[in-house]
Structure formats: C-alpha cells, structure tokens
Write a protein that binds this ligand. Structure first.
Ligand SMILES: [Zn+2]
Length: 485
C-alpha cells in the first residue's frame, strides 16, 4: 500500500519527464534533426513507463535509475547542442532534487548528485578535450566545477530542509515547538481494541487497522505534526512469540511476515496524512526495545543479535516510507546505541528517547550522560525522554540538556505518561488532565524542549490541549484546532 504513495510521486515525476522529453523531441525534429538527439529523446520517453513500474517494486531503485537515466540521456545532448547550453545546466541541478522529492530522505539528494556527476563529468570532460566548439577547455572545466559545486550545494540544502524542521536551541529565531502525537497502545485499549501481550498495539494492525488509522487522523486533527507508526511491537522476536511466525520457516519467510505488518502500519499513517489533508505532517517509525521496555535485564546479551534485529525493523520502516525513525522507551545504554546505529544506517533522521526510573537514570541504572555519549556517534537529530510521570519530566530535561551540552544541533524533547502502570494494565487514577499536561509542557518548553507529545494514557485531547495553551510558540500555527477557544 505504501508503494502507492511512491507510485503517486513516481507518476508525478513521470508526467513531468514525459512532457519535457516530448517537447524536446518536437524541438529536435523541427530544429536539430541530429540522430543522437533523436535516439536519446526516444529512449528518454521509452524509459518513463519502465520507471513507474520499477517504483512499485522498489522506490529507491526507481529513483536512482531515473537519476542515472536522465543524466545519461542529458549528457549526449550537450555534445549536440554545445556544452555551455544554458538551458541544460540547471537540469543537472534539478536531477538530485527529483530523488529527494521521490524518496524524501536526506541521502537521496547526495547520492543522486554523485550519480549525476559520475555520469556527466567524464563525458563532458572528454567532450571538452575532443570537440571544442569555439571554446577553450579551461572555460569548460570552470563550468564543470561550478555546476558540480552548485549541484551538491543544492542537494544538501534541499535535502536538509526536507527532513529537518528543528530550530537549533540557541538560534536567534524564536524557538518553535514540534508537536508529536500521543499514545497509540493505551488509546487502542481505550477504544475497546484488544491489546493483549505479546503483540500489544500490533494486535490492531491485524484486527482493527481502521481504528489505528482513525487514531492517527484524530492526532493530526488535534494538532500533531509528527505521527508515530504502530510498530512498537512488530519486531521478529514479538511475532515469533505471538505464534505469527512458523519457527520452521526460513529467515526470508519470517522477514516477509514482519515486512507485511510494518508496511501496513506505515501505510495506515500515510493514509491518515493524506486523508487529513494537513500539509507538513511527518511520519516517525517507532522502534522499541526488542524484548520488554520495562525489563532491562531481558535485553539480549549478544550485541550482534541486538543490532541485527534493530537493523531489520529500521530497514523495513525506511523502505515503507517513514520520514524519521523514533527509537523510544530505551532502558539500557547498550540497546539505545545498537538501535541508533541500526537506524542511522538507513540515512533517515534518528531520534532517541530514553525511559527513566525515579532517580533520572535509565531503568538499567545507567546514567543519561552515558546513554547520550553512546548514541552521539550515530548523529541523532533529537534526544528525548518518554514514558515517565509528568512530574518527573522537568528534572529529566535538565539532566538531558546537561548531557547534550552546548551542542545546538541536537534538539531535546519529552512525551510523558498521563496515568500510571498498574499490574499488567494502565490506570488513569491520579493521572493528570489535558490542561495540567499542557501547563507542565509549558515548563518543559522553557527548559529547552522543542519536541513535545504524549506517551501512555494521553489522548488526542491532550495534544489539542497543548495547542490551546496560548503561551506556547508553536511552529505549526495553521493547526486546525489552534487557539480556537
Ligand atoms: Zn508510555
């Protein structure tokens, strides 16, 4: 279902490309009937349906194939038309941006710029040396260097803009707040959906996908601009325990089952974004501890197993079209680091959120500072705390901020519980109300938090309460329920 999302983007690109190739063909036929240009234009047109079909199978392969093909088709035209044809240069710069648009990942632009450069530069260089059409080779080299630099620069800037909504903490601009959604698991239970272990919130992917989609829709309507996929419990270990994986099945078959569930979860989030029609909503792929978020002693001792299991989920989330990966409820330094490493390898922005005991340590007893040190090499975009009592968040943020130090490129944030764990269930007794939650969140913002949402027990009402809090400086001022009453 997610491939439909890419399918749509691929079709948009294909329409534009077919139109341009068609116009070019007409121009060639009437003005420059050179065999090279004719063949290139026909190949260019013929490739359009191929790459739409390819996009259904693998968006990534399709995007890079398109980049490669366009660069390869464009370059021979430079021979025919002259290398300094001003119309052609900007197209080289546009090519990486096409990949950014299609894949929405930071690395897509860079990879595409490299692919384009790898194709175009040797050919242009050869052309400059062998066919100087009234130009000095030095001029052509200058142009090549200029275009390459511009191309790389544009790719970096645009891909960064596409993925990074976070204002650095010490920026002169007013600090903007990024609103996350609230709980999924406890919200499913509140809506009468079975959230029995081991599958917990993932039960709903099988039995009540419409409710999952509706919860996403309701959070967006409440003002969330980042929604979190229902993938907290879609890892292989949980599926095996739930009897969803045949233990005799091959790794490949097991991976397929997980693939289906993750794809469903991410597709539901995409559908909610599309149907809500609210621009700028991003999808965070949830990655949880592979065993139990409340039991640090159960974290697998084999580092490579731990890492591989996170890699599996991170890859599925990235391929399904998440905008960022949210590693949440981490209770040990080891697992936080393993998950951050796995997530960072997808090229998506990585957020890491820690779960703390009453003494502001991870449940394992390790310090926040140690956890921050362990995940920093994987360049997290944000560090957060989650699934802790509201009353504890301010102190946790102070410790977290100290641990992050003067690094202004890392945002901090929090999403807390509105109630508390009681036995195997959840209780809202002595819990905070939405307005109390919003008042607390205002203090978190004052302490430097720029990402705020809700964890267990929170509902869309809690998220809309944040936006009703007039003292918040919220980046998404166009939120539908903002400051209405
Ligand atoms: Zn929680």
């Amino acid at each position: 279902m997610t491939s439909r999302m890419y399918g749509r983007r691929a079709r948009n690109v294909a329409c534009v490309k077919a139109l341009l190739a068609g116009i070019f063909l007409v121009v060639v036929v009437f003005t420059l009937p050179s065999p090279v240009s004719l063949i290139v234009s026909l190949i260019d047109l013929a490739f359009v349906p191929v790459f739409v079909l390819l996009a259904r199978q693998s968006p990534r392969v399709a995007a890079y194939a398109l980049v490669l093909e366009t660069a390869a088709a464009l370059t021979p035209r430079q021979f025919v038309q002259g290398y300094v044809n001003a119309v052609n240069w900007p197209i080289y710069i546009l090519i990486p941006l096409i990949a950014v648009y299609m894949l929405r990942t930071p690395r897509a632009g860079l990879w595409s710029a490299l692919i384009t450069a790898a194709v175009a530069l040797p050919v242009m260089t050869l052309a400059a040396l062998t066919l100087p059409p009234g130009m000095r080779p030095a001029d052509v080299f200058t142009a090549i260097v200029f275009v390459t630099g511009l191309m790389m620069g544009a790719a970096v800037v645009v891909s960064d803009m596409a993925v990074s909504p976070i204002t650095p903490l010490d920026a002169p601009r007013p600090i903007t707040l990024c609103i996350l959604d609230g709980a999924m698991g406890t919200e499913l239970a509140r809506r009468g959906i079975d959230t029995g272990l081991p599958l917990w919130s993932a039960n709903a992917l099988l039995k009540a996908p419409d409710v999952v989609r509706q919860i996403h829709v309701d959070y967006i309507a409440a003002g969330a601009r980042i929604i979190t996929t229902d993938t907290f419990r879609t890892n292989v270990r949980t599926l095996r325990r739930a009897g969803l994986l045949d233990s005799k099945g091959t790794n490949r078959e097991q991976g397929q089952r997980m693939h289906e569930l993750v794809e469903t979860a991410v597709a539901l989030a995409h559908q909610a974004v599309t149907s809500s029609g609210v621009p700028g909503v991003r999808i965070a792929g949830s990655m949880a501890p592979v065993e139990d978020c409340y039991s640090p002693v159960l974290v697998p001792t084999d580092e490579s197993v731990l890492y591989e299991e996170h890699v599996q989920l991170a890859r599925e989330l990235a391929m399904a079209g998440c905008d960022l990966l949210l590693i949440e409820t981490m209770n040990t330094v080891r697992e936080a680091a393993a998950a951050a490493r796995a997530a960072s390898e997808t090229g998506l922005p990585v957020w890491v959120s820690l779960m703390l005991d009453a003494h502001q340590h991870l449940l394992s007893g390790e310090s926040i500072a140690d956890a921050v040190r362990a995940v920093l090499p994987y360049k997290p975009q944000a560090l957060l705390v989650n699934c802790l009592p509201v009353a504890q968040v301010s102190d946790a943020l102070i410790v977290l901020r100290q641990a992050v130090g003067a690094r202004s490129d890392i945002a901090i944030g929090a999403y807390a519980n509105a109630g508390h764990v009681e036995g195997a269930g959840w209780s809202m007794e002595h819990g905070v109300t939405p307005s109390e939650y919003a008042a607390a969140a205002l203090r978190w913002q004052a302490l430097g938090a720029t990402i705020i949402g809700g964890c267990c027990g929170t509902t869309p009402e809690y998220i809309s309460a944040l936006l009703k809090e007039p003292k918040f400086s919220v980046s998404n001022a166009s939120a539908p329920h903002n400051n209405k009453n």
